[in-house]
Design a protein around this ligand. Structure first.
Ligand code: 5RP
Length: 232
């Protein structure tokens, strides 16, 4: 089975949690895209849901699939968000942002009663940090922000290269919010919760890819089958 087939399997299982009338957060990335496509099939078969997309790419996909869309200004809390991740640890803390949509993804996840994270099982790790941590920053004063980030990393016992993300065209990658992303190659993060708090308090940092305590369920598809893990 290919990686893409595993992603689709995880998305298919997540669809079982969707009920008629739900308000849904729609994630970003190749795994979330499977979920949006499968949800579109349900909608075309008569299911009524309304979605809040976490990126312009997902907005376009959802519209193409015929899914009705709204914004967080027009609805109260969302019933469920389904999104992918770059890393998932045993507490169901995550690294997200490989696709550059971490800011909207976190706002949408935090506005949801429940977040299901879907992935192929290569995303499961014993500790976060092998995947470079995406940090969304304001371009203004970037050198100062990077120095402050390095101090935060040192306080948390991690260090590593900080790379400004480039797009496939070789230019600086610009997020949907007009910001840049610094990918921090930290290695094993001992205390992700502390690092998350300190990064959030750093001027110039708009958001970071540590999703602490947001996911309630992980659906991991592997060659041996599907594992559903609930947060304690
Ligand atoms: C986008 C994300 C994605 O969910 C994450 O990068 C996983 O993507 P994929 O499903 O393509 O592996 O956080 O910002």
């Amino acid at each position: 089975m290919t990686m893409d087939e595993l992603k689709r399997q995880a998305a298919t299982r997540a669809l079982e949690a969707v009920r008629d009338g739900m308000k849904l957060g729609l994630g970003t990335g190749s795994t979330a895209k499977h979920f949006v496509e499968l949800l579109g099939e349900k909608v075309r078969a008569g299911m009524k849901v309304i979605g809040v997309p976490t990126s312009e790419a997902t907005r376009a996909d959802a519209m193409r699939c015929g899914i009705a869309l709204t914004t967080l200004d027009d609805v109260d809390r969302l019933d469920l968000t389904v999104d992918g991740a770059d890393e998932i640890d045993p507490r169901l803390d995550l690294i997200k942002g490989g696709g550059g949509a971490l800011l909207r993804e976190k706002i949408v996840a935090a506005a949801s009663y429940r977040m299901i994270v879907i992935a192929d099982d290569s995303k499961w790790v014993s500790a976060l940090g092998r995947f470079p941590l995406p940090v969304e920053v304001i371009p203004f004063g970037l050198a100062a922000t990077r120095r402050a980030m390095a101090e935060v990393f040192a306080k948390c016992g991690v260090s590593g290269q900080m790379v400004i993300r480039k797009g496939t065209d070789g230019h600086v990658f610009v997020t949907d919010g007009g910001h840049w992303i610094v990918d921090a190659h930290l290695g094993r993060i001992q205390d992700a919760s502390r690092l998350a708090g300190l990064l959030s308090a750093t001027p110039g940092v708009v958001e970071h890819g540590l999703f602490i305590g947001l996911a309630s369920t992980a659906i991991l598809a592997g060659r041996q089958g599907i594992r559903v893990i609930e947060r304690d």
